[in-house]
Ligand binder design. Sequence first.
Ligand code: UN1
Length: 502
Amino acid sequence: MDVKKETADLLVKLGVDAAALSGGTMPSYSPLTGEKVADLSPVSSSDAAKAIEEADAAFRQWRLVPAPRRGELVRLLGEELRAAKSDLGRLVSIEAGKIPSEGLGEVQEMIDICDFAVGLSRQLYGLTIASERPGHRMMETWHPLGVVGVISAFNFPVAVWSWNAALALVCGNSVVWKPSEKSSLTALACEAIFARAVERFGDAPAGLLKVLIGDRAVGEVLVDHAKVPLVSATGSTRMGREVGPRLAKRFARAILELGGNNAGIVCPSADLDMALRAIAFGAMGTAGQRCTTMRRLFVHESVYDDLVPRLKKAYESVSVGNPLEGGALVGPLIDEAAYKGMTGALEKAQAAGGAVTGGERVEVGPDTAFYVRPALVEMPKQVAPVTEETFAPILYVMKYSDFDAAIADHNAVGAGLSSSIFTLDVREAERFLSADGSDCGIANVNIGTSGAEIGGAFGGEKETGGGRESGSDAWKAYMRRATNTVNYSTVLPLAQGVSFDI
Ligand code: UN1
């Protein structure tokens, strides 16, 4: 395939101006071949600040539009995404290296959150609260917040934006989006798709969505700008450590969705066929580049010799290759740095007594592309690098004999995003989900760690950053809450029995 030509064709078909793809100073690459597919023009810091001002002006109008009417814009966005699904899904494959069904799945996730947000636009409920004073009513009202900054990562280049944007928009906010430098093309496509929804909507204020193509300096403008009351940032824990305190310094809100070091526990009663499939997808799917990828596995000693050899076989036989050419299940790593991170971790694991299956580079096309066979590493115990997140397909497998110790090891890492237990024993399952079970934001039974549906709140604890996006009541982070007390009596009783007679 001619990756560069197909990228340009898809972008133009999706509505991006061809002129935006060349002549700039910021190169875009496809991990499928490692070749450069565009030269984009980054925005300057002053243009970024101007875009934020424009988004703020849009917010001031948008907040006055009734929420169900705001939902109509997101409904139209969902329709446009449905129409663009195959092209955008393919562009995600080209830019992030995903297999076709995962590229399409990512767009489906966008459509799903739009549907969710449309319903939500009629359900931004506040409570009515019993007042202790006669003739008084208490209630809470949820108001739009302002410009919502979105910083997204390459691995879910479009879905994470949509989780934030769909909620932010129905909540009455505008959005300024700084995509990863590694996935700016799909962001331009989303900008064009959104523009079509806006056009069909008719009277939306200009500036509801601003896309800031650029590097870290542009992200910093967003993080530090006084007119951005909330930044939702997805990426590494290292990034979150910088962004979090900067937001806190100016009392802005943060939704941080950072690293994961997700684990599964396979118990004696587990359905091993099912566990095998779940682990294979969780650990090898998306070439190990989901924040929810399964990276650690604790297997009970009684089933270890049954499960682990079968898993190794799956690692040895899984197809690795250009997913748009031969139907491979494992596509490329995003770039050379990811490859180096993987080999470095494997060397460290071996030095710590790990036995590695797989992990070797697979030659697919030019040497600017980085394809690897996923690695399964049997570790004698949980030491570094098992305790660190390496954004690559490495699964560290450890044997356990005592369930309590397995849970303790499970929780003994910095990150706290997703987790799974495989068991048919209700006691083990419930314990895993209980207060002294998994310490993660996502805890699953008999399914893997990845592939969450949008209906639930998505995010995790500890070094994962504590933010929640997507479903459930995650929308509340995108609004400001006002508690209102209305006195409809003729007297003025004070709360707590206080008297103050003048
Ligand atoms: C991410 O990797 O940043 O649960 C998001 C999942 C997907 C989202 C992953 N729904 O794997």
